[in-house]
Ligand binder design. Structure first.
Ligand SMILES: [Zn+2]
Length: 346
């Protein structure tokens, strides 16, 4: 911290605070009503994938660690020495630990600092969190899209939740809270995030630098999710959506797709896209407009009409697949299950 900003803070200078998150009005109200001392040890941010749960958690962490004097917990000045360590996506703040994806149990002791380790083990986590905070204040741990590679990893987190180090706020985010152990979930305070409204999604895409035409397309194909919108706006050969669309039309034609798109990360999103395509397939059969995937209209119109009984059966199978995707069944197996049902339509 330089001398000037220290003086400012000592003199009680309060900069204007902000909280750069679009949407999430409910969570904003909730955390806006809390003071720092009222924060719980552990929260679970739930809601569909790609709607900004991790972004909110990062901004909340920045708020908690910001040095500006304030009454509530929410908001940061953006120019104190703590805020300077927060970037848009990545942060270098030593008291903010972030990890996305599966936790494993490490078999070797890693000398690497937390944020440098490629794969985070639950043991690293416990070891890291048993140390004192860097600034002597609070610490925030974000486990995004939390998942556990092993039962032991889940148990290690459970132990952390049972006896949380003082001053630590843990935030887990997940689109599939049902996959968390009940013993873990019962120790978390649920904060539910809704899908983004069209206006909110448009505002986010505009903020990311997309032009009006792209924003319109992204809002229409994103259906409330930034991740889905960005996938739709990414050059086709790169995106999950493009892969799923090719896979879908190949499967419906009764041919074997060359490759599967399904991974642990892409499965829910991919199944959602298949569901939209099937809904659109039904809709074009009734000469309807307002397709969810309107860029695929021509190809959908070339498909044989989907009879209502077959449509209902297919939608039921997609629900089964969605349920399977929340279990430990391998993603490629779930995708194959859907493919067989698409292929058998003819
Ligand atoms: Zn600050």
């Amino acid at each position: 911290m330089d001398g000037a900003s220290l003086q400012d803070e000592c003199a009680g200078f309060v900069s204007e605070l902000r909280f750069d998150v679009v949407g999430a009005e409910g969570p904003k109200r909730y955390f806006g009503s809390l003071g720092k001392e009222q924060l719980a040890h552990a929260y679970c941010f739930t809601g569909p994938a790609g709607i900004g749960k991790k972004t909110f958690a990062r901004r909340l962490a920045q708020s908690v660690l910001c040095l500006a004097s304030k009454r509530g917990v929410l908001g940061y000045d953006g120019d104190c020495s703590s805020c300077a360590l927060f970037g848009r996506e990545h942060t270098r703040h030593p008291d903010f630990l972030e990890h996305t994806g599966a936790l494993r149990i490490g078999d070797a002791d890693s000398p690497l600092a937390f944020h440098e380790a490629e794969e985070l083990s639950a043991r690293d986590l416990v070891r890291q969190l048993s140390l004192q905070s860097y600034s002597g204040g609070m610490r925030v741990l974000l486990l995004g899209d939390v998942d556990f590679a092993t039962h032991e990893a889940a148990n290690a987190l459970l132990r952390l939740l049972e006896e949380p180090p003082s001053g630590l706020v843990m935030i887990l985010t997940t689109a599939t809270p049902g996959r968390l152990l009940d013993t873990i979930r019962s120790r978390l305070i649920d904060v539910r995030f809704p899908l983004l409204s069209k206006r909110e999604l448009g505002e986010i895409l505009t903020g990311l630098g997309y032009d009006a035409k792209a924003v319109k397309l992204g809002v229409s194909l994103g259906a409330g999710s930034v991740r889905r919108a960005l996938a739709a706006l990414t050059p086709r050969e790169e995106s999950v959506r493009a892969a799923v669309i090719e896979w879908f039309f190949t499967s419906v034609a009764g041919k074997s797709p060359e490759e599967s798109w399904a991974t642990r990360e892409s499965l829910s999103e991919g199944l959602e896209i298949v569901k939209m395509l099937v809904r659109d397939w039904i809709v074009v059969g009734f000469d309807g407009n307002a397709l969810l995937c309107d860029d695929q209209e021509n190809r959908l119109r070339k498909l044989p009409k989907l009879e209502s009984r077959a449509a209902a059966a297919l939608l039921a199978k997609l629900e089964d697949a969605a349920r399977l995707s929340h279990t430990n069944v391998m993603p490629s197996v779930v995708a194959d299950f859907v493919r067989m049902n698409l292929t058998s339509i003819r």
